[in-house]
Design a protein around this ligand. Structure first.
Ligand SMILES: Nc1ncnc2c1ncn2[C@@H]1O[C@H](COP(=O)(O)OP(=O)(O)OP(=O)(O)O)[C@@H](O)[C@H]1O
Ligand SMILES: [Mg+2]
Length: 251
């Protein structure tokens, strides 16, 4: 797999998508062009049905675009084989869904280890990496629980830890706080924000919650299958922190 440090993390060129429903062709994406740089924390926002999840699935290698290209670190992912994409998904992209999936019979820490075991790492090395990540998200006390015995917010923290297991190029999250209450949502976003800052990991996240915009460095707005605005977020926490730090050194 080609990895080039100077390339954009994700480059989408002229992506269109239509779904075939019976004998009708339903267009959903009408030509999406976007480049996401390494280290960006991008939020993808827009009304229900505008095509956010469809675009995320195309980037994740699950849903094939009708037209256009998706280039991830120099790899034109839709020109590769299905097996290549499956491998790529497991090894190079962290994914946090709205509702995490778990293997019921396994403990929290074993569930976190699964991507490493699938990719052929030893059980021991997978568990020791999972142990570090479970600490990073502050859930080490729950390592031996079954995931379904945890609250929704705790499960999302575990899903976040699992998404980081194999050092992904980027992390995508489709409304990861959609089923959480306000406090649990804030806790998760704080963790994601700190991981973005600390490890410079690129994040692309869908949200409906305007209060979460402060965590993003960039806000991309969609409407009816098109991008209608794409702005550097001047009001994100990083800028606010810098302003605060500068003013405290000045005073
Ligand atoms: N497999 C499919 N077959 C047919 N139509 C689909 C399919 N998947 C999505 N669509 C349609 O594509 C449009 C965009 O759906 P999508 O799920 O991408 O929207 P969204 O922006 O993620 O919405 P939400 O905020 O509600 O999650 C919708 O009209 C939806 O019905
Ligand atoms: Mg959606």
């Amino acid at each position: 797999m080609e990895i080039n440090k100077n390339q954009a993390a994700i480059k989408i060129q002229g992506v269109k998508k239509s779904f075939q429903v019976g004998n009708r062709n339903i267009p959903v994406l009408f030509g999406i062009d976007i480049e996401i740089q390494k280290g960006d924390f991008t939020m993808l926002v827009g009304p229900s049905g505008c095509g956010k999840s469809t675009l995320m699935h195309i980037i994740y290698g699950l849903e094939e675009p009708t037209e256009g290209k998706v280039i991830v670190n120099g790899n034109d992912i839709w020109s590769k084989t299905k097996d290549w994409r499956a491998d790529f998904r497991n090894q190079k992209i962290g994914f946090i869904p709205q509702q995490p999936f778990w293997i019921k019979s396994l403990s929290v820490i074993e569930n976190i280890s699964i991507p490493a075991i699938i990719s052929g790492k030893s059980f021991h090395s997978a568990i020791s990496r999972a142990a570090k990540l479970i600490e990073l998200v502050g859930m080490e006390k729950w390592a031996d629980y079954r995931p379904f015995d945890l609250s929704g917010g705790q499960q999302q923290k575990i899903a976040l830890a699992r998404s980081l297991l194999l050092d992904p190029i980027f992390l995508i999250a489709d409304e990861p706080t959609g089923n959480l209450d306000r406090k649990a949502g804030e806790d998760l976003l704080n963790l994601v924000y700190n991981i973005n800052k600390q490890f410079k990991i690129t994040i692309l996240m869908v949200t409906h919650d305007i209060d979460q915009y402060k965590y993003a460095s960039r806000i991309v707005k969609m409407l009816d299958g098109k991008i209608i605005a794409d702005d550097i977020n001047k009001h994100n926490l990083k800028n606010l922190e810098e302003i605060k730090n500068n003013s405290s050194t000045l005073s």
